[in-house]
Write a protein that binds this ligand. Structure first.
Ligand code: ATP
Ligand code: MG
Length: 254
């Protein structure tokens, strides 16, 4: 597993980050720090606040309280600068189903103002890296689930982001395609990109440098997979997850 290059330098840092929707606190005083070059996995039950956290970090949603700095910018007050430095692959990424792979990439390149030879070179590189060259002319709607996710990732990478936010990028993808997807993520990490991802798969969380477990908007555990397992006295991250959520529920019931 690639290790973070500059472990002491946080590229994502939140302080008491909070977002309420009416009476519901979706993200509750989150203090999180992610080092440059790290791959950080956010896990938690449905509705724990993972997507809301990513949207706050990407400057797509304003915090109710607290703040986040991403790539050196305040995600609320300098959201455009944040957006220039990050790539965000949403849980339901917007691909145009009736456009081909190449046309989807061209569309996103247009959005980012990437034109001419830069666009041609970049899209050729990305297609090669993801082994999607043979499918360039295929309509996005006719791709397999894994290929759709690879295409979404390529569209997210077109403007050379420093940080990637991936929201359940491999959900519903078969194990072989998931392995391909992870090979791409490791390549990106080698190139110095920082990745913050959410995942429902704990074997994927196991591959991250560190894992944060969210429950009802709060970060209830955060450490390396090894340390989490050791502290909980269990052998799998699934065990950590189940025990921690049960403990949090029991505490609430008191
Ligand atoms: N725009 C919104 N308006 C009102 N409530 C919202 C809004 N967005 C999210 N929520 C609520 O905030 C909570 C956290 O939602 P969020 O989508 O962040 O969870 P999640 O951890 O990503 O869940 P999942 O695993 O299902 O994707 C949920 O209770 C959700 O219903
Ligand atoms: Mg979500």
């Amino acid at each position: 597993m690639p290790s973070p290059e500059k472990a002491m330098q946080p590229i994502i840092e939140t302080t008491g980050l909070t977002r309420r929707f009416g009476d519901l606190t979706a993200v509750d005083h989150l203090d999180l720090s992610v080092a440059q070059g790290e791959i950080f996995g956010l896990v938690g039950p449905d509705g724990a606040g993972k997507t809301t956290t990513l949207r706050l970090l990407c400057g797509l949603l304003d915090p109710t309280e607290g703040s986040a700095r991403v790539a050196g910018y305040d995600s609320a007050r300098q959201s455009q600068s944040v957006k220039d430095h990050i790539g965000y692959m949403a849980q339901r990424f917007g691909l145009y189903q009736d456009l081909s792979v190449q046309e989807n990439m061209d569309f996103y390149a247009d959005l980012f103002g990437i034109v001419g030879t830069e666009r041609a070179t970049l899209s050729a590189d990305l297609l090669r890296m993801t082994r999607m060259e043979p499918f360039r002319q295929r309509q996005a709607g006719k791709l397999s689930g894994g290929m759709k996710q690879k295409l979404a990732l390529m569209c997210t990478l077109l403007h050379h982001p420093q940080i990637l936010f991936l929201d359940e990028p491999t959900n519903g993808v078969d194990p072989l395609s998931r392995r391909d997807f992870w090979a791409i993520l490791y390549q990106l990490l080698k190139d110095g990109i920082t990745i913050l991802m959410t995942t429902a798969y704990l074997d994927e969380a196991e591959r991250c440098n560190r894992v944060g477990l969210m429950y009802k908007g709060r970060l209830i555990r955060c450490d390396t997979p090894e340390a989490l397992k050791r502290q909980a006295g269990v052998e799998t991250l699934e065990g950590v997850f189940v025990n921690s959520v049960h403990a949090a529920e029991a505490l609430e019931a008191k």
